[in-house]
Design a protein around this ligand. Structure first.
Ligand code: SF4
Length: 227
């Protein structure tokens, strides 16, 4: 069992609130990465308690589910989000023109590099720190994540809910009536770009429905430090 995994939601909430408050007070140029999935909306809802106008950024790949775009627009309106939509230098249409309609299938690494990693890296270059909704129990790759991570030449990465389980997240969302994307009610467990995400039963890890044909469940956005 990982550190703090068995703690109560209330004690995890307290620790998470302390982490978020520390991060917001410590770093002047800080932003929160948001996919508008359950995890990033969880830290967004907690970060708003400390700084309602915290900068939030969303990577606009062009392949988002309509339900995610609609949910994003809803939260921007209802929560008055200070949202930056970061577009890749090469659009999805230009990518399709150059490499065919299904680059996401033929060469997903390249597609993710162009549409997710490049804009993420560019946006991060202007920050002191960023916050994410990453959790250790999502994939094997994330098992060793720490709450605060420092990589040479990169803004400090803060993962406030790294010790939470998926049950903790849903417990928080239901208990505190936090809005969530209705795709979860249709059998999706983890949300990403539409062509690469399937509804699925709960596998060994919750990202089983992401790139279902691939072993690698990372798009590179959260391994950008080692690229
Ligand atoms: S998740 Fe799929 S569609 Fe989205 S950028 Fe990566 S390969 Fe392309």
């Amino acid at each position: 069992m990982s550190e703090n995994e068995g703690a109560s939601l209330e004690s995890k909430l307290q620790e998470t609130r302390e982490t978020i408050s520390w991060a917001i007070n410590e770093f002047e140029k800080i932003a929160l990465a948001c996919s508008f999935g359950k995890d990033s909306v969880t830290i967004l809802s907690l970060a708003r308690e400390v700084k309602p106008d915290i900068t939030v950024f969303w990577i606009k790949t062009g392949y988002a589910f309509k339900e995610i775009v609609d949910f994003k627009d809803r939260l921007v309106k209802e929560w008055g989000l200070n949202l930056v939509e970061v577009s890749p230098r090469i659009t999805k249409e230009e990518l399709e023109e150059a490499h065919g309609k299904e680059l996401y299938k033929d060469d997903p690494k390249r597609c993710c590099e162009c549409l997710k990693v490049e804009p993420t890296r560019r946006f991060l270059s202007g920050l002191d720190a960023w916050m994410t909704g990453l959790r250790r129990d999502e994939t094997e790759h994330r098992d060793g994540l720490r709450t605060v991570e420092r990589f040479k030449g990169m803004p400090v990465k803060i993962n406030p809910i790294v010790k939470w389980t998926a049950d903790d997240v849903w417990n928080y969302i239901k208990t505190y009536n936090v809005p969530y994307n209705k795709l979860y009610d249709k059998g999706f467990v983890s949300l990403g770009c539409e062509p690469c995400t399937r509804a699925c039963s709960w596998g060994r890890f919750e990202r089983a429905g992401r790139w279902p044909d691939r072993e690698d469940k990372e798009c590179g956005m959260h391994t950008v430090e080692s690229v």
